[in-house]
Design a protein around this ligand. Structure first.
Ligand code: FE
Ligand code: FE
Ligand code: ZN
Length: 290
Protein backbone atom coordinates (compact mmCIF):
# COMPACT_ATOMS: atom_id res chain seq x y z
CA UNK A 1 0.00 0.00 0.00
CA UNK A 2 1.18 3.45 -0.88
CA UNK A 3 2.27 5.81 1.89
CA UNK A 4 -0.49 8.31 2.67
CA UNK A 5 1.28 11.55 3.44
CA UNK A 6 0.39 15.22 3.37
CA UNK A 7 0.45 18.37 5.41
CA UNK A 8 -1.56 21.17 6.78
CA UNK A 9 -2.66 23.40 3.86
CA UNK A 10 -4.66 26.62 3.69
CA UNK A 11 -8.36 26.91 2.87
CA UNK A 12 -9.04 30.43 1.63
CA UNK A 13 -12.45 31.97 1.17
CA UNK A 14 -11.95 32.72 -2.53
CA UNK A 15 -10.87 29.33 -3.85
CA UNK A 16 -11.65 27.06 -0.86
CA UNK A 17 -11.10 23.32 -1.59
CA UNK A 18 -9.61 24.04 -5.04
CA UNK A 19 -6.82 26.06 -3.45
CA UNK A 20 -6.20 23.41 -0.79
CA UNK A 21 -5.87 20.69 -3.45
CA UNK A 22 -3.54 22.79 -5.64
CA UNK A 23 -1.33 23.47 -2.61
CA UNK A 24 -1.29 19.73 -1.82
CA UNK A 25 -0.24 18.88 -5.37
CA UNK A 26 2.57 21.44 -5.16
CA UNK A 27 4.02 19.46 -2.22
CA UNK A 28 3.79 16.09 -4.08
CA UNK A 29 1.49 14.96 -1.26
CA UNK A 30 -1.48 12.61 -1.60
CA UNK A 31 -3.57 13.90 1.29
CA UNK A 32 -4.00 17.10 3.33
CA UNK A 33 -5.51 18.73 6.40
CA UNK A 34 -7.05 22.19 6.70
CA UNK A 35 -9.06 24.47 8.96
CA UNK A 36 -12.36 25.64 7.44
CA UNK A 37 -11.37 29.18 8.54
CA UNK A 38 -8.78 30.75 10.84
CA UNK A 39 -7.67 28.21 13.51
CA UNK A 40 -7.78 30.82 16.27
CA UNK A 41 -11.35 31.97 15.69
CA UNK A 42 -14.77 30.58 14.85
CA UNK A 43 -15.84 32.92 12.07
CA UNK A 44 -16.53 30.82 8.99
CA UNK A 45 -17.64 31.58 5.43
CA UNK A 46 -20.29 29.35 3.80
CA UNK A 47 -18.91 26.39 1.87
CA UNK A 48 -19.24 27.03 -1.88
CA UNK A 49 -20.60 23.86 -3.51
CA UNK A 50 -19.20 24.75 -6.98
CA UNK A 51 -15.67 25.08 -5.57
CA UNK A 52 -16.16 21.85 -3.61
CA UNK A 53 -17.19 20.03 -6.78
CA UNK A 54 -14.17 21.40 -8.67
CA UNK A 55 -11.87 20.51 -5.78
CA UNK A 56 -13.17 16.95 -5.62
CA UNK A 57 -12.66 16.55 -9.40
CA UNK A 58 -9.13 17.88 -9.11
CA UNK A 59 -8.49 15.35 -6.34
CA UNK A 60 -9.68 12.46 -8.49
CA UNK A 61 -7.39 13.52 -11.34
CA UNK A 62 -4.46 13.56 -8.92
CA UNK A 63 -5.14 10.35 -7.00
CA UNK A 64 -6.03 12.06 -3.75
CA UNK A 65 -8.62 10.00 -1.91
CA UNK A 66 -11.12 12.13 0.04
CA UNK A 67 -11.22 9.34 2.67
CA UNK A 68 -7.71 10.36 3.71
CA UNK A 69 -8.43 14.08 3.99
CA UNK A 70 -8.79 15.69 7.41
CA UNK A 71 -10.30 18.89 8.78
CA UNK A 72 -8.95 20.35 12.04
CA UNK A 73 -11.42 22.10 14.34
CA UNK A 74 -10.35 25.58 15.55
CA UNK A 75 -8.27 25.26 18.69
CA UNK A 76 -10.15 27.90 20.66
CA UNK A 77 -13.14 25.56 20.94
CA UNK A 78 -12.78 24.24 24.48
CA UNK A 79 -15.34 21.55 25.28
CA UNK A 80 -13.82 21.03 28.76
CA UNK A 81 -15.02 24.48 29.79
CA UNK A 82 -18.75 24.33 30.46
CA UNK A 83 -19.12 28.15 30.54
CA UNK A 84 -19.42 28.11 26.76
CA UNK A 85 -21.39 24.88 26.49
CA UNK A 86 -24.13 26.17 24.16
CA UNK A 87 -21.77 28.07 21.89
CA UNK A 88 -19.32 25.15 21.68
CA UNK A 89 -21.97 22.61 20.83
CA UNK A 90 -23.61 24.87 18.25
CA UNK A 91 -20.27 25.60 16.58
CA UNK A 92 -19.26 21.94 16.62
CA UNK A 93 -22.56 20.90 15.02
CA UNK A 94 -22.16 23.52 12.29
CA UNK A 95 -18.55 22.46 11.75
CA UNK A 96 -19.63 18.83 11.38
CA UNK A 97 -22.10 19.96 8.70
CA UNK A 98 -19.44 21.99 6.89
CA UNK A 99 -17.03 19.05 6.97
CA UNK A 100 -19.69 16.73 5.65
CA UNK A 101 -20.65 19.11 2.84
CA UNK A 102 -17.00 19.06 1.75
CA UNK A 103 -17.15 15.26 1.51
CA UNK A 104 -14.60 14.89 4.33
CA UNK A 105 -15.25 12.33 7.07
CA UNK A 106 -12.58 13.12 9.71
CA UNK A 107 -12.54 16.11 12.06
CA UNK A 108 -9.56 16.41 14.42
CA UNK A 109 -10.42 18.07 17.71
CA UNK A 110 -8.34 19.06 20.75
CA UNK A 111 -10.24 17.60 23.71
CA UNK A 112 -9.89 20.86 25.65
CA UNK A 113 -8.35 22.41 28.79
CA UNK A 114 -10.12 22.13 32.13
CA UNK A 115 -8.91 25.64 33.16
CA UNK A 116 -9.35 25.01 36.88
CA UNK A 117 -12.49 22.89 37.15
CA UNK A 118 -10.30 19.79 37.49
CA UNK A 119 -9.64 16.74 35.36
CA UNK A 120 -12.80 14.82 36.23
CA UNK A 121 -15.19 17.72 35.61
CA UNK A 122 -13.28 18.71 32.46
CA UNK A 123 -13.60 15.21 31.03
CA UNK A 124 -17.30 15.13 31.93
CA UNK A 125 -17.83 18.46 30.13
CA UNK A 126 -16.14 17.09 27.00
CA UNK A 127 -18.31 13.96 27.11
CA UNK A 128 -21.51 15.97 27.60
CA UNK A 129 -20.68 18.26 24.66
CA UNK A 130 -19.84 15.36 22.34
CA UNK A 131 -23.02 13.54 23.30
CA UNK A 132 -25.12 16.55 22.32
CA UNK A 133 -23.19 17.35 19.12
CA UNK A 134 -23.06 13.81 17.73
CA UNK A 135 -26.25 12.43 16.20
CA UNK A 136 -27.20 9.03 14.76
CA UNK A 137 -26.94 10.44 11.25
CA UNK A 138 -23.55 12.18 11.79
CA UNK A 139 -21.28 10.96 8.99
CA UNK A 140 -18.08 12.54 10.31
CA UNK A 141 -15.73 10.90 12.85
CA UNK A 142 -14.44 13.27 15.54
CA UNK A 143 -10.79 12.35 16.14
CA UNK A 144 -9.61 13.39 19.61
CA UNK A 145 -5.99 14.53 19.46
CA UNK A 146 -3.40 13.34 21.97
CA UNK A 147 -2.11 16.52 23.65
CA UNK A 148 1.24 17.69 25.07
CA UNK A 149 -0.23 18.42 28.50
CA UNK A 150 0.49 22.14 28.34
CA UNK A 151 -1.32 24.01 31.14
CA UNK A 152 -4.52 22.18 31.99
CA UNK A 153 -4.87 20.37 28.65
CA UNK A 154 -6.79 17.11 28.75
CA UNK A 155 -6.05 14.12 26.53
CA UNK A 156 -2.38 14.18 27.55
CA UNK A 157 -2.31 10.39 27.87
CA UNK A 158 -4.18 7.39 26.48
CA UNK A 159 -6.04 6.89 29.76
CA UNK A 160 -7.67 10.33 29.53
CA UNK A 161 -8.65 9.78 25.89
CA UNK A 162 -10.10 6.41 26.86
CA UNK A 163 -12.18 8.00 29.64
CA UNK A 164 -13.69 10.41 27.11
CA UNK A 165 -14.48 7.62 24.63
CA UNK A 166 -16.03 5.55 27.43
CA UNK A 167 -18.51 8.35 28.09
CA UNK A 168 -19.49 8.93 24.45
CA UNK A 169 -22.65 7.11 23.43
CA UNK A 170 -22.05 6.98 19.65
CA UNK A 171 -18.59 5.39 19.77
CA UNK A 172 -18.52 4.64 16.03
CA UNK A 173 -18.32 8.41 15.47
CA UNK A 174 -15.22 8.83 17.67
CA UNK A 175 -11.58 8.25 16.75
CA UNK A 176 -8.12 9.33 17.87
CA UNK A 177 -5.42 11.45 16.23
CA UNK A 178 -1.91 10.76 17.54
CA UNK A 179 0.49 13.71 17.36
CA UNK A 180 4.15 12.70 17.65
CA UNK A 181 5.32 16.06 19.04
CA UNK A 182 2.57 15.99 21.64
CA UNK A 183 3.32 12.36 22.58
CA UNK A 184 6.99 13.23 23.13
CA UNK A 185 6.17 16.34 25.13
CA UNK A 186 3.65 14.49 27.29
CA UNK A 187 6.21 11.85 28.25
CA UNK A 188 6.01 9.02 25.69
CA UNK A 189 9.41 7.73 24.52
CA UNK A 190 9.10 7.62 20.71
CA UNK A 191 12.35 5.66 20.34
CA UNK A 192 10.26 2.70 21.54
CA UNK A 193 7.17 3.23 19.41
CA UNK A 194 6.14 -0.45 19.43
CA UNK A 195 5.55 -0.22 23.17
CA UNK A 196 3.51 2.95 22.67
CA UNK A 197 1.34 1.26 20.05
CA UNK A 198 0.85 -1.78 22.28
CA UNK A 199 -0.17 0.48 25.12
CA UNK A 200 -2.55 2.38 22.83
CA UNK A 201 -4.07 -0.90 21.65
CA UNK A 202 -4.50 -2.20 25.21
CA UNK A 203 -6.00 1.00 26.63
CA UNK A 204 -7.98 2.46 23.69
CA UNK A 205 -7.87 -0.06 20.84
CA UNK A 206 -5.99 0.38 17.55
CA UNK A 207 -9.23 0.52 15.56
CA UNK A 208 -9.82 4.01 17.01
CA UNK A 209 -6.59 5.37 15.51
CA UNK A 210 -7.62 7.38 12.41
CA UNK A 211 -4.98 10.09 11.86
CA UNK A 212 -1.33 10.69 12.79
CA UNK A 213 0.26 14.13 12.99
CA UNK A 214 3.93 13.78 12.17
CA UNK A 215 6.01 16.53 13.80
CA UNK A 216 9.41 16.72 15.38
CA UNK A 217 9.60 18.50 18.75
CA UNK A 218 11.72 21.44 19.83
CA UNK A 219 11.70 20.09 23.37
CA UNK A 220 12.86 17.06 25.31
CA UNK A 221 10.50 14.29 26.34
CA UNK A 222 8.01 15.13 29.12
CA UNK A 223 8.43 18.91 28.97
CA UNK A 224 4.72 19.65 28.22
CA UNK A 225 5.58 22.47 25.81
CA UNK A 226 4.01 21.72 22.39
CA UNK A 227 6.42 23.41 20.01
CA UNK A 228 6.66 21.60 16.70
CA UNK A 229 9.94 21.30 14.81
CA UNK A 230 10.85 20.34 11.26
CA UNK A 231 11.32 16.64 10.52
CA UNK A 232 14.70 15.39 11.73
CA UNK A 233 15.69 18.74 13.23
CA UNK A 234 14.15 18.30 16.68
CA UNK A 235 14.49 16.04 19.70
CA UNK A 236 12.50 13.09 18.31
CA UNK A 237 14.78 12.74 15.32
CA UNK A 238 14.51 11.46 11.77
CA UNK A 239 14.97 7.72 12.35
CA UNK A 240 12.30 7.54 15.05
CA UNK A 241 9.83 9.44 12.87
CA UNK A 242 10.55 7.25 9.82
CA UNK A 243 9.85 4.11 11.87
CA UNK A 244 6.46 5.54 12.83
CA UNK A 245 5.62 6.75 9.30
CA UNK A 246 6.40 3.34 7.77
CA UNK A 247 5.11 1.21 10.65
CA UNK A 248 3.34 -1.95 9.42
CA UNK A 249 0.36 -1.46 11.73
CA UNK A 250 -0.19 2.12 10.56
CA UNK A 251 -0.49 1.51 6.82
CA UNK A 252 -3.62 3.12 5.50
CA UNK A 253 -3.67 5.79 8.21
CA UNK A 254 -3.11 9.33 6.88
CA UNK A 255 0.12 10.97 8.12
CA UNK A 256 -0.10 14.77 8.29
CA UNK A 257 2.82 17.17 8.79
CA UNK A 258 2.25 20.30 10.90
CA UNK A 259 5.87 21.38 11.01
CA UNK A 260 6.77 25.08 11.16
CA UNK A 261 7.36 27.33 8.16
CA UNK A 262 10.99 28.37 7.74
CA UNK A 263 11.16 32.15 7.33
CA UNK A 264 7.68 32.17 5.73
CA UNK A 265 8.49 29.22 3.42
CA UNK A 266 6.39 26.05 3.72
CA UNK A 267 8.70 23.10 4.48
CA UNK A 268 6.35 20.37 3.26
CA UNK A 269 7.61 19.63 -0.27
CA UNK A 270 11.17 19.13 0.97
CA UNK A 271 10.11 17.19 4.07
CA UNK A 272 7.83 14.86 2.09
CA UNK A 273 10.58 14.22 -0.45
CA UNK A 274 12.98 13.37 2.37
CA UNK A 275 10.41 11.06 3.97
CA UNK A 276 9.84 9.25 0.67
CA UNK A 277 13.62 8.83 0.27
CA UNK A 278 13.88 7.59 3.89
CA UNK A 279 17.09 9.54 4.19
CA UNK A 280 17.71 12.69 6.21
CA UNK A 281 18.55 15.70 4.06
CA UNK A 282 21.42 17.57 5.74
CA UNK A 283 20.51 20.61 3.63
CA UNK A 284 16.82 20.56 4.53
CA UNK A 285 16.60 24.12 5.86
CA UNK A 286 18.75 25.48 3.05
CA UNK A 287 16.60 23.69 0.44
CA UNK A 288 13.40 25.03 2.01
CA UNK A 289 14.76 28.57 1.85
CA UNK A 290 15.69 28.30 -1.84
FE1 FE B 1 -3.95 19.84 16.71
FE1 FE C 1 -1.33 18.08 15.90
ZN1 ZN D 1 0.78 20.92 18.62
Amino acid sequence: MELIIGSHVSFKKDDQLVGSVLETISYDANTFMFYTGAPQNTSRVPINSELTKKGLELMKLNNINIKNVVVHAPYIINLANSNNFDFNVRFLKEELERVESLGVDKLVLHPGSHVGVGIDQGIQNIIDSLNVALKDDTKVTICLETMAGKGTELGRNFEEIKRIIDGVELKDKIGVCMDTCHLNDSGYDLSDFDSILNEFDKIIGLKYLKVIHINDSKNEINTHKDRHDNIGIGKIGFDNLIKIIYHDKLKGIPKILETPYVEKNPPYKQEIEMIRNKEFNENLIKDILE
